[in-house]
Design a protein. Structure first.
Length: 166
């Protein structure tokens, strides 16, 4: 019996770094793997401007979620209009993902748990406690937590809890 294909699969467009990026991402997340790779044929290379035999797509999983990376050329760039959220249960998880994903990334594009990695992909490294801290029953505490968050790059759960508590 064939496994059911995921209905919606995020698709990353890289210039020519798909294989490198996939290796980077799969080294960071547990339960991750690299799947099928396709290459440009003579016909698809002519249409795309890529080299025949070059990697066209790489299927991969990050923590069990399916993705595909494409070497499509320099026509499109990543923007902050779309980001990937990593929900973290602990400060250790926040620290792990933040440190790994910011390596070689844009330090100016880091604020409030958002970062841009070395390939230009935007991520949000978010503690699972954040929604409660930012919109809990104590409105004044929530405002203090928001204010504290606005001054952070990597989110600090203990500092956010202290701010919310007054």
């Amino acid at each position: 019996m064939a496994s059911k294909m995921q209905r919606i699969t995020p698709f990353f467009w890289f210039n020519d770094q798909a294989e490198e990026a996939v290796g980077f991402y799969t080294s960071i997340f547990p339960n991750s793997s690299i799947g099928r790779t396709s290459r440009y044929t003579a016909e698809s290379a002519r249409v795309s401007g890529q080299k025949e035999g070059a990697i066209m797509t790489v299927a991969f999983k990050l923590d069990g979620q399916d993705f595909v990376a494409l070497n499509g050329g320099p026509h499109f760039k990543f923007t902050e209009a779309l980001s990937l959220v990593i929900n973290c249960d602990s400060q250790d998880e926040v620290d792990h993902y933040w440190e790994r994903l910011t390596a070689g990334g844009d330090p100016k594009a880091q604020q409030c748990g958002w970062l841009k990695d070395r390939y230009g992909v935007s991520w949000q490294v978010v503690p699972t406690a954040l929604p409660e801290l930012l919109s809990g029953p104590d409105a004044a505490g929530s405002r203090r937590a928001v204010e504290a968050m606005m001054g952070m790059k990597k989110l600090d759960i203990a500092a956010l809890r202290r701010a919310a508590g007054g």
